[in-house]
Design a protein around this ligand. Structure first.
Ligand SMILES: [Zn+2]
Length: 232
């Protein structure tokens, strides 16, 4: 696990521990995040049928009849869709970025892959947020396969997320690699929890960015990255 994800996990563990002290022991454990759950063997992952029952409970709570024909198979479909939408939990960025092409004629300039579409879900409302990710890096003795950037984004997008965390995680994954001497990640997304509920401001875009290496130390590099991303 990278440092960033690890420190986030530590914070979550501490919060969960604090919660469990203030409530009954079981309640605090249940309140911890899905990320912590994966790491904490003490928390048992519910079965598929329990997950389906939970969907059924939500539908009944909405005021609908889970037994009517149109809804009868919905819990199974929702759980199946969730397996795909949240597949990032079972994935690690390591193998995706391990394959490096070294025979590139000494290429060492910026590589930018922009307009990578993604779909994620906010961890506060489990509502979709979606948009585009733009990733640049400076190669060091080899380049990553271009398709890997789309897969890297999905590893983190297909989880319960915040856009800020996802931006930092993508950058940290690249920084952990020997063949990158600096990277830039910019994500722009619309959050359904802001568009269809809450303040209800459809169309508002949230932009997050994180830099390392030359992109962080040299304002001209940052400006170049931003103008390349904006130059459509
Ligand atoms: Zn939200």
């Amino acid at each position: 696990m990278d440092d960033l994800a690890h420190s986030a996990l530590e914070r979550r563990r501490k919060r969960a521990a604090a919660k469990s002290r203030s409530k009954s022991p079981g309640e605090g454990v249940k309140a911890s995040s899905a990320t912590a759950k994966r790491q904490d063997a003490a928390i048992v992952r519910p079965s598929r049928s329990e997950a389906e029952a939970a969907v059924r409970t939500l539908m009944a709570w909405l005021g609908d009849d889970p037994d009517r024909e149109g809804l009868r198979d919905t819990p199974a479909r929702v759980v199946k869709a969730y397996e795909e939408i949240f597949a990032g939990y079972g994935q690690d960025p390591g193998p995706i970025l391990d394959k490096v092409f070294e025979d590139v004629g000494g290429y060492g300039e910026m590589v930018l892959v922009k307009d990578i579409p993604f779909y994620s879900h906010c961890e506060h409302h489990m509502a979709p947020f979606f948009g585009k990710a733009h990733i640049a890096y400076y190669p060091d003795g080899g380049v990553f396969g271009l398709s890997k950037f789309g897969r890297l984004v999905d590893v983190y997008a297909r989880r319960l997320q915040t856009q800020e965390t996802m931006t930092a995680q993508i950058l940290a994954a690249l920084d952990a690699r020997l063949h990158s001497r600096g990277a830039a990640v910019l994500i722009e997304a619309e959050h359904m929890c802001m568009s269809m509920r809450g303040v209800r401001k459809p169309g508002a875009l949230t932009v997050t960015m994180q830099f390392s290496g030359p992109f962080k130390s040299d304002p001209a590099e940052q400006a170049r990255f931003l103008s390349l991303v904006r130059g459509r």
